[in-house]
Ligand binder design. Structure first.
Ligand SMILES: *[C@@H]1O[C@H](CO)[C@@H](O)[C@H](O)[C@H]1NC(C)=O
Length: 271
């Protein structure tokens, strides 16, 4: 018993030292990404929910409360083609209203206002509506269903739907990549949030103090899972960007006493 206690004490000390070393080694905290904005393309935008944007919380990407998790109200639900089975989660788009009398004018009354939104949800198809009359999110349409506060920055809300120009842009995020934990000691389900650069995720690996790198499988949205005994170990994560395939390693993101229901922040991010 005594030796067991001593061992776990040693382990936790080792982990803290690793955390300290990590802080020194990763003093900048950012990995430069080579993500480049895409060309401008045409689509349409609508909105869902109301001014409170409460309906945008708990979307299909698994980000939960968007205010607590850094996304705010400048968010979009993507049509199926852009959502890309969850690999579109976290990506950022610059959107401009063009060619409608409902578009807000830009500064000094010239051009159009543009906004940058993060994809946090899926706009599901509705096959009982025509793709050109209500079924805006039906494949193969490219469509943005914005939060109401985001839509109102672009156009008069009474328009309902407006034509837009859009392009993918890098995501500028504050702080490190975040990991929200669910599951148990034998099944870790992590929702990955606040990813900078491309904002999206291709693959994730987790490493406990007593394991090698374990590839996590895609669960849904931006959630990944590992069926491994990871309880009582410090965890590190390796994240590969979907759009650039660049990887970043976040060492010792969580202490050995991590628990489900908690959100942990790495000291690193793409920028
Ligand atoms: C799909 O469209 C029909 C017809 O407009 C509507 O009654 C129904 O509520 C829609 N379904 C969803 C899930 O929005």
């Amino acid at each position: 018993m005594a030796s067991h206690l001593q061992k776990s004490w040693r382990l936790s000390l080792f982990c803290s030292l690793m955390v300290l070393l990590g802080m020194v080694r990763l003093s900048t905290g950012y990995a430069t990404t080579h993500f480049k904005p895409s060309r401008w393309n045409s689509a349409h935008a609508t909105f869902y929910g109301d001014d409170s944007a409460s309906e945008t919380m708990g979307g299909a990407c698994g980000y939960g409360n968007l205010f607590n998790n850094g996304y705010g109200t400048n968010t979009a639900a993507l049509s199926t083609v852009l959502f890309n089975n969850g690999y579109g989660c976290g990506s950022c788009y610059q959107i401009m209203c063009v060619g409608s009398k409902w578009c807000n004018k830009g500064r000094y009354g010239h051009g159009s206002t543009s906004i940058t939104v993060t994809a946090t949800n899926l706009c599901p198809p509705n096959w009982s509506q025509d793709s050109n009359a209500g079924g805006w999110c039906n494949p193969p349409r490219v469509h943005f269903d914005l939060s109401m506060p985001a839509f109102k920055q672009l156009a008069f809300w009474k328009a309902g739907i407006v034509p837009v120009q859009y392009r993918r842009v890098p995501c500028a995020r504050k702080g490190g990549i975040r990991f929200s934990f669910q599951g148990n000691n034998y099944w870790l389900l992590a929702s990955i949030m606040n990813v900078g650069g491309g904002g999206d995720i291709a693959r994730i690996w987790v490493k406990g103090t007593r394991t090698g790198w374990i590839s996590m499988s895609h669960n849904w949205g931006a959630s990944y899972q590992a069926f491994s005994q990871l309880g009582g170990q410090c965890l590190s994560f390796k994240i590969q960007s979907y759009s650039t395939r660049e990887t970043i390693v976040a060492y010792d993101v969580v202490p050995a006493y991590w628990s489900v229901g908690m959100t942990y922040q790495a000291r690193v991010n793409f920028r």
